[in-house]
Design a protein around this ligand. Structure first.
Ligand SMILES: C[S@@+](CC[C@H](N)C(=O)[O-])C[C@H]1O[C@@H](n2cnc3c(N)ncnc32)[C@H](O)[C@@H]1O
Length: 272
Protein backbone atom coordinates (compact mmCIF):
# COMPACT_ATOMS: atom_id res chain seq x y z
CA UNK A 1 0.00 0.00 0.00
CA UNK A 2 1.42 3.38 -1.05
CA UNK A 3 2.44 5.72 1.79
CA UNK A 4 0.69 8.69 0.13
CA UNK A 5 -2.63 6.79 0.15
CA UNK A 6 -2.24 5.83 3.81
CA UNK A 7 -1.35 9.41 4.73
CA UNK A 8 -4.44 10.77 2.96
CA UNK A 9 -6.70 8.20 4.61
CA UNK A 10 -5.40 9.04 8.10
CA UNK A 11 -5.47 12.80 7.47
CA UNK A 12 -8.87 12.99 5.75
CA UNK A 13 -10.94 9.98 6.84
CA UNK A 14 -9.66 8.59 10.12
CA UNK A 15 -8.00 11.29 12.30
CA UNK A 16 -11.17 13.16 13.33
CA UNK A 17 -12.83 9.94 14.57
CA UNK A 18 -9.89 7.78 15.65
CA UNK A 19 -10.27 8.44 19.37
CA UNK A 20 -13.91 7.32 19.35
CA UNK A 21 -12.30 3.86 19.08
CA UNK A 22 -15.39 1.86 18.05
CA UNK A 23 -15.66 -1.38 20.08
CA UNK A 24 -12.71 -0.12 22.18
CA UNK A 25 -10.36 -2.52 20.37
CA UNK A 26 -7.42 -0.09 20.38
CA UNK A 27 -8.00 1.03 23.97
CA UNK A 28 -8.30 -2.55 25.25
CA UNK A 29 -5.17 -3.63 23.38
CA UNK A 30 -3.10 -0.69 24.61
CA UNK A 31 -4.26 -1.22 28.22
CA UNK A 32 -3.18 -4.84 27.93
CA UNK A 33 0.20 -3.83 26.49
CA UNK A 34 0.62 -1.43 29.44
CA UNK A 35 -0.12 -4.23 31.91
CA UNK A 36 2.63 -6.34 30.32
CA UNK A 37 5.11 -3.45 30.61
CA UNK A 38 4.06 -2.84 34.21
CA UNK A 39 4.63 -6.53 35.00
CA UNK A 40 8.23 -6.12 33.76
CA UNK A 41 8.73 -3.37 36.35
CA UNK A 42 9.07 -0.52 33.85
CA UNK A 43 6.83 1.93 35.71
CA UNK A 44 8.62 1.88 39.06
CA UNK A 45 9.01 5.34 40.62
CA UNK A 46 12.59 4.55 41.68
CA UNK A 47 13.68 4.63 38.03
CA UNK A 48 14.64 7.89 36.26
CA UNK A 49 12.32 9.50 33.69
CA UNK A 50 11.46 7.13 30.85
CA UNK A 51 12.35 8.29 27.33
CA UNK A 52 9.74 6.75 25.04
CA UNK A 53 9.64 6.71 21.25
CA UNK A 54 6.28 5.73 19.71
CA UNK A 55 6.63 4.87 16.00
CA UNK A 56 3.24 5.61 14.38
CA UNK A 57 2.07 7.28 17.61
CA UNK A 58 -1.16 8.40 15.96
CA UNK A 59 -3.28 10.55 18.26
CA UNK A 60 -0.98 9.80 21.22
CA UNK A 61 -3.41 7.35 22.83
CA UNK A 62 -0.64 5.06 24.11
CA UNK A 63 1.64 7.86 25.34
CA UNK A 64 -1.25 9.50 27.19
CA UNK A 65 -2.32 6.22 28.80
CA UNK A 66 1.31 5.48 29.68
CA UNK A 67 1.73 8.86 31.34
CA UNK A 68 -1.38 8.44 33.47
CA UNK A 69 -0.46 4.87 34.48
CA UNK A 70 3.30 5.09 35.11
CA UNK A 71 4.65 6.35 38.42
CA UNK A 72 7.83 7.11 36.49
CA UNK A 73 7.85 10.44 34.59
CA UNK A 74 7.54 10.09 30.81
CA UNK A 75 9.46 11.96 28.09
CA UNK A 76 7.36 11.39 24.94
CA UNK A 77 8.75 11.25 21.39
CA UNK A 78 6.99 10.08 18.25
CA UNK A 79 6.98 9.80 14.49
CA UNK A 80 3.90 9.53 12.28
CA UNK A 81 3.11 9.93 8.61
CA UNK A 82 -0.14 11.84 9.29
CA UNK A 83 0.06 15.45 10.43
CA UNK A 84 -3.57 15.47 11.56
CA UNK A 85 -3.07 12.44 13.80
CA UNK A 86 0.08 14.09 15.21
CA UNK A 87 -1.75 17.40 15.81
CA UNK A 88 -4.20 15.57 18.08
CA UNK A 89 -1.29 13.90 19.90
CA UNK A 90 0.31 17.31 20.52
CA UNK A 91 -2.93 18.61 22.08
CA UNK A 92 -2.81 15.77 24.61
CA UNK A 93 0.95 15.83 25.15
CA UNK A 94 2.27 19.41 24.87
CA UNK A 95 5.86 18.22 25.50
CA UNK A 96 5.77 15.62 22.70
CA UNK A 97 8.78 15.82 20.37
CA UNK A 98 7.56 14.59 16.99
CA UNK A 99 8.52 14.12 13.35
CA UNK A 100 6.09 13.84 10.45
CA UNK A 101 7.49 11.21 8.12
CA UNK A 102 7.35 7.59 7.12
CA UNK A 103 8.53 5.58 10.13
CA UNK A 104 10.73 3.61 7.73
CA UNK A 105 12.92 6.75 7.61
CA UNK A 106 13.55 6.67 11.35
CA UNK A 107 17.31 6.95 10.76
CA UNK A 108 16.77 10.52 9.41
CA UNK A 109 15.25 11.75 12.71
CA UNK A 110 16.16 12.29 16.37
CA UNK A 111 19.85 12.04 15.59
CA UNK A 112 21.91 10.73 18.52
CA UNK A 113 18.85 10.15 20.76
CA UNK A 114 18.44 6.87 22.65
CA UNK A 115 15.31 5.56 24.36
CA UNK A 116 14.27 3.30 27.25
CA UNK A 117 11.12 2.15 25.47
CA UNK A 118 10.15 2.02 21.78
CA UNK A 119 6.54 1.26 20.81
CA UNK A 120 5.17 0.01 17.50
CA UNK A 121 1.42 -0.40 17.94
CA UNK A 122 -0.75 -1.21 14.92
CA UNK A 123 1.83 0.23 12.53
CA UNK A 124 3.76 -2.77 11.22
CA UNK A 125 1.15 -3.27 8.48
CA UNK A 126 2.63 -0.04 7.07
CA UNK A 127 6.27 -0.18 8.19
CA UNK A 128 7.50 -3.78 7.87
CA UNK A 129 8.73 -5.30 11.12
CA UNK A 130 11.84 -6.70 9.39
CA UNK A 131 12.83 -3.18 8.30
CA UNK A 132 12.15 -1.44 11.59
CA UNK A 133 13.61 -4.09 13.96
CA UNK A 134 17.34 -3.26 13.51
CA UNK A 135 16.54 0.48 13.62
CA UNK A 136 14.71 0.05 16.92
CA UNK A 137 17.63 -1.98 18.25
CA UNK A 138 20.06 0.85 17.52
CA UNK A 139 17.77 3.46 19.18
CA UNK A 140 17.33 1.57 22.45
CA UNK A 141 19.69 1.75 25.39
CA UNK A 142 21.13 -1.67 26.21
CA UNK A 143 18.40 -3.33 28.28
CA UNK A 144 15.77 -1.03 26.73
CA UNK A 145 12.40 -2.48 25.79
CA UNK A 146 10.33 -2.77 22.58
CA UNK A 147 6.54 -2.93 23.00
CA UNK A 148 5.05 -4.62 19.93
CA UNK A 149 1.30 -4.74 19.16
CA UNK A 150 0.00 -5.70 15.70
CA UNK A 151 -3.05 -7.24 14.06
CA UNK A 152 -2.54 -10.50 12.19
CA UNK A 153 -4.16 -11.85 9.05
CA UNK A 154 -6.06 -14.44 11.15
CA UNK A 155 -8.37 -11.65 12.31
CA UNK A 156 -11.85 -11.10 10.85
CA UNK A 157 -12.18 -14.81 9.93
CA UNK A 158 -15.99 -14.67 9.75
CA UNK A 159 -16.06 -11.43 7.73
CA UNK A 160 -13.50 -12.88 5.34
CA UNK A 161 -15.63 -16.03 4.96
CA UNK A 162 -18.80 -14.06 4.25
CA UNK A 163 -16.98 -11.76 1.80
CA UNK A 164 -16.48 -14.80 -0.42
CA UNK A 165 -20.26 -15.03 -1.05
CA UNK A 166 -20.75 -15.24 -4.86
CA UNK A 167 -23.35 -12.42 -4.84
CA UNK A 168 -20.86 -10.06 -3.20
CA UNK A 169 -18.30 -10.89 -5.84
CA UNK A 170 -20.88 -9.97 -8.48
CA UNK A 171 -21.72 -6.67 -6.74
CA UNK A 172 -18.23 -5.53 -5.83
CA UNK A 173 -16.03 -7.08 -8.51
CA UNK A 174 -14.60 -10.54 -9.05
CA UNK A 175 -11.67 -10.37 -6.71
CA UNK A 176 -11.45 -9.75 -2.99
CA UNK A 177 -8.55 -7.48 -1.97
CA UNK A 178 -5.97 -9.28 0.09
CA UNK A 179 -5.98 -8.53 3.82
CA UNK A 180 -2.37 -9.72 3.96
CA UNK A 181 -1.26 -6.44 2.40
CA UNK A 182 -2.67 -4.52 5.37
CA UNK A 183 -1.96 -6.58 8.40
CA UNK A 184 1.35 -7.72 9.63
CA UNK A 185 2.64 -10.09 10.84
CA UNK A 186 1.05 -13.44 9.97
CA UNK A 187 1.38 -14.85 13.48
CA UNK A 188 2.88 -14.57 16.95
CA UNK A 189 5.52 -17.08 15.86
CA UNK A 190 6.61 -14.75 13.01
CA UNK A 191 6.93 -11.79 15.39
CA UNK A 192 8.99 -13.77 17.89
CA UNK A 193 11.24 -15.04 15.08
CA UNK A 194 11.98 -11.49 13.83
CA UNK A 195 12.60 -10.22 17.37
CA UNK A 196 15.03 -13.01 18.18
CA UNK A 197 16.81 -12.71 14.83
CA UNK A 198 17.43 -9.05 15.68
CA UNK A 199 19.03 -9.82 19.08
CA UNK A 200 16.03 -9.10 21.29
CA UNK A 201 15.15 -11.26 24.27
CA UNK A 202 11.40 -11.92 24.14
CA UNK A 203 10.09 -11.36 27.69
CA UNK A 204 6.50 -12.25 26.83
CA UNK A 205 4.25 -12.74 23.83
CA UNK A 206 0.60 -13.58 23.38
CA UNK A 207 -2.21 -13.47 20.82
CA UNK A 208 -5.18 -11.42 22.01
CA UNK A 209 -8.50 -12.13 20.26
CA UNK A 210 -11.07 -9.47 21.25
CA UNK A 211 -14.62 -10.11 20.07
CA UNK A 212 -16.10 -7.79 17.46
CA UNK A 213 -19.78 -7.35 16.85
CA UNK A 214 -21.18 -5.77 13.69
CA UNK A 215 -24.99 -5.59 13.90
CA UNK A 216 -25.19 -3.99 10.44
CA UNK A 217 -23.24 -2.41 7.59
CA UNK A 218 -23.24 1.00 9.29
CA UNK A 219 -21.58 -0.38 12.42
CA UNK A 220 -19.04 -2.19 10.24
CA UNK A 221 -18.17 1.07 8.41
CA UNK A 222 -17.84 2.99 11.66
CA UNK A 223 -15.26 0.46 12.83
CA UNK A 224 -13.62 -0.50 9.55
CA UNK A 225 -13.61 2.76 7.58
CA UNK A 226 -13.65 5.76 9.95
CA UNK A 227 -12.09 3.75 12.77
CA UNK A 228 -9.19 2.95 10.42
CA UNK A 229 -9.05 -0.81 10.87
CA UNK A 230 -9.85 -1.70 7.25
CA UNK A 231 -9.82 1.64 5.43
CA UNK A 232 -7.49 0.65 2.52
CA UNK A 233 -9.41 -2.60 2.01
CA UNK A 234 -12.78 -0.80 2.04
CA UNK A 235 -11.63 1.86 -0.46
CA UNK A 236 -10.18 -0.80 -2.74
CA UNK A 237 -13.54 -2.58 -2.77
CA UNK A 238 -15.44 0.72 -3.13
CA UNK A 239 -17.55 -0.09 -0.05
CA UNK A 240 -17.39 3.56 1.11
CA UNK A 241 -19.45 4.51 -1.97
CA UNK A 242 -22.15 1.86 -1.68
CA UNK A 243 -25.65 2.90 -2.63
CA UNK A 244 -28.63 2.33 -0.32
CA UNK A 245 -29.85 -0.73 -2.27
CA UNK A 246 -26.37 -2.29 -2.05
CA UNK A 247 -26.30 -1.65 1.71
CA UNK A 248 -29.70 -3.36 1.98
CA UNK A 249 -28.29 -6.44 0.24
CA UNK A 250 -25.24 -6.43 2.49
CA UNK A 251 -27.49 -6.20 5.53
CA UNK A 252 -29.35 -9.29 4.32
CA UNK A 253 -26.49 -11.56 3.34
CA UNK A 254 -23.55 -10.47 5.51
CA UNK A 255 -24.76 -8.75 8.70
CA UNK A 256 -25.15 -9.15 11.62
CA UNK A 257 -21.67 -10.64 12.15
CA UNK A 258 -19.93 -11.63 15.36
CA UNK A 259 -16.23 -11.97 14.72
CA UNK A 260 -12.90 -11.45 16.44
CA UNK A 261 -9.61 -9.77 15.75
CA UNK A 262 -6.25 -11.45 16.26
CA UNK A 263 -3.62 -9.21 17.81
CA UNK A 264 -0.05 -10.18 18.65
CA UNK A 265 1.55 -8.52 21.64
CA UNK A 266 5.16 -8.87 22.65
CA UNK A 267 7.57 -7.25 25.05
CA UNK A 268 11.22 -7.67 24.08
CA UNK A 269 14.43 -6.46 25.67
CA UNK A 270 17.47 -5.30 23.74
CA UNK A 271 20.31 -7.62 24.71
CA UNK A 272 23.38 -5.97 26.23
C1 LIG B 1 -3.79 2.17 13.47
S1 LIG B 1 -3.02 3.71 13.80
C2 LIG B 1 -2.19 3.35 15.34
C3 LIG B 1 -1.90 4.58 16.13
C4 LIG B 1 -1.30 4.31 17.52
N1 LIG B 1 -0.07 3.56 17.46
C5 LIG B 1 -2.30 3.59 18.39
O1 LIG B 1 -2.05 2.43 18.76
O2 LIG B 1 -3.36 4.18 18.68
C6 LIG B 1 -1.68 3.69 12.66
C7 LIG B 1 -0.85 4.96 12.72
O3 LIG B 1 0.31 4.76 11.93
C8 LIG B 1 0.50 5.88 11.10
N2 LIG B 1 1.23 5.44 9.90
C9 LIG B 1 0.78 4.76 8.84
N3 LIG B 1 1.77 4.49 7.98
C10 LIG B 1 2.89 5.02 8.55
C11 LIG B 1 4.24 5.07 8.16
N4 LIG B 1 4.65 4.51 7.02
N5 LIG B 1 5.11 5.71 8.96
C12 LIG B 1 4.69 6.28 10.13
N6 LIG B 1 3.42 6.26 10.55
C13 LIG B 1 2.54 5.62 9.78
C14 LIG B 1 -0.87 6.41 10.81
O4 LIG B 1 -0.85 7.77 10.41
C15 LIG B 1 -1.56 6.19 12.16
O5 LIG B 1 -1.38 7.29 13.00
Amino acid sequence: MESAVIQRQYDDVIASQYDQDPQNTTGKSLDRALSHLEAEGLFSSILPAMRVLDIGMGTGMFLQKLRSRSERPIEPWGIDISRRMADIAHQKLPDLVSAIDDGANLDDHFSGERFDLVATHFVTGFVPIEHIAPRIFSRLHAGGVWSFVGGTSSGYAELQRRARHPLLRLLFGGSTPDLQGMVCPKSEHDVVTVLEKNHFEVLMSETFEPELSFPDFEAFMEYGYHGGWLTPFIEELGLHRTKRWQQAILNRIVFPVVDHHSIVMAVARRRE
